[in-house]
Design a protein. Structure first.
Length: 342
């Protein structure tokens, strides 16, 4: 197949530090190439891929201080894709609703992977183009009330070979939190769990402008550099070491997380996950086998001492079986065939 992959404009492929969507795109794109497909990746010029790269700009938008109107570059990207649509058998968009109107104007089918959640505003355009084919990244992400044409679910996958398995956590013990420093991700709640259990917490992740006030007022005052450490945005290698050495990774979300890549990254290193029962969590974590699915902050606190009874090798094997690159790519190939047959 001749396949076009459209990446978001904010990060390069693969991301330098934070960027779960871009990591998934890189793994999927390279595996499709390995399987013999002719793949073109529309992404920033600093992206690294085995596919044919079509850059929309020299670098990722987030890294260019001269860009004042990012949406302009999103339209440049989409215009480039759809002006060349006749060269492809299928177009695979990872950018959400901005691609919907473009996709309706060409004969080449576009399949849309939904990586996020719906807002009251975005629901309007999704309803208008509900007939286009959509792929969810978890069953819980789906919104039946919108009447979207969901054709398949494809769980995210990772390359476990670049996640070092750690048979035992480090001593002295610590808990890990990796994610955006935003209210819905729960860094403040992670701190509360750490304080209640007496186990130090190490946190890593970016602080978006929109979350700066939340960070300054609620989270930063709790960060003392000793019991609670904030490591900033970390590299892949630093993230793997952080997750692998932890007694448990905390995932105290307060929103319907569409997938939560850090959960499978943690389990790949052998570290169990203690997560709130929202969104995709029950589909990603095997309760009492690779972690604990909890219904309150108190449940999460009570689960921390129990993780020592879980086998870290089980966590690793679970990811290899359920969330590998091969399994993810298999599901996307099935989805492409569904679209082409219809």
């Amino acid at each position: 197949m001749k396949i076009a992959q459209i990446s978001p404009i904010w990060e390069r492929v693969p991301p330098l530090r934070y960027g779960g969507i871009e990591l998934v795109i890189q793994l999927l794109t390279d595996e499709l190439v390995r399987r013999g497909h002719e793949v073109t990746l529309f992404a920033s010029g600093d992206s690294i891929t085995s596919a044919k790269l079509k850059p929309f700009h020299k670098s990722a938008v987030r890294l260019d201080p001269d860009i004042k109107e990012p949406s302009v570059y999103e339209h440049i990207l989409l215009a480039d894709v759809y002006q060349q649509a006749h060269h492809f058998d299928i177009i695979h968009s990872h950018v959400g609703y901005p691609a919907l109107s473009y996709a309706s104007l060409v004969k080449t089918p576009t399949v849309h992977t939904l990586h996020g959640v719906f807002s009251s505003d975005s629901e309007k355009i999704y309803r208008r183009f509900s007939w286009q084919p959509f792929i969810s990244i978890s069953e819980s992400q789906r919104e039946p009330r919108l009447g979207l044409n969901y054709i398949h679910t494809a769980y995210n996958g990772i390359d476990t070979s670049i996640y070092h398995f750690q048979a035992e956590p480090e001593e002295p013990a610590y808990l890990a939190f990796v994610g955006r420093m935003s209210p819905e991700k729960g860094p403040w709640e992670a701190i509360k769990i750490s304080q209640a259990t007496g186990i130090p917490l190490r946190m890593a992740g970016k602080i978006d402008t929109i979350d700066q006030e939340y960070w300054n007022e609620k989270v930063a005052p709790q960060v003392d550099g000793d019991r609670v450490k904030y490591l900033g945005e970390v590299s892949h290698e630093e993230k793997v070491a952080l997750l692998g050495g932890a007694t448990a990774t905390l995932f105290p979300i307060s929103w319907r997380e569409p997938f939560g890549l850090v959960m499978i990254e943690s389990m790949a290193t052998g570290t169990p996950v203690i997560a709130m029962d929202l969104g995709s969590v029950p589909e990603v974590v095997a309760h009492e086998k690779t972690g604990f699915i909890c219904h309150s902050l108190e449940n999460m606190i009570a689960a921390v001492p129990k993780v020592i009874n879980l086998k870290r090798q089980t966590c690793r094997e679970y990811v290899n079986t359920r969330f590998s690159i091969n399994s993810m790519t298999d599901e996307y190939e099935k989805a492409y065939q569904m679209v082409l047959r219809s």
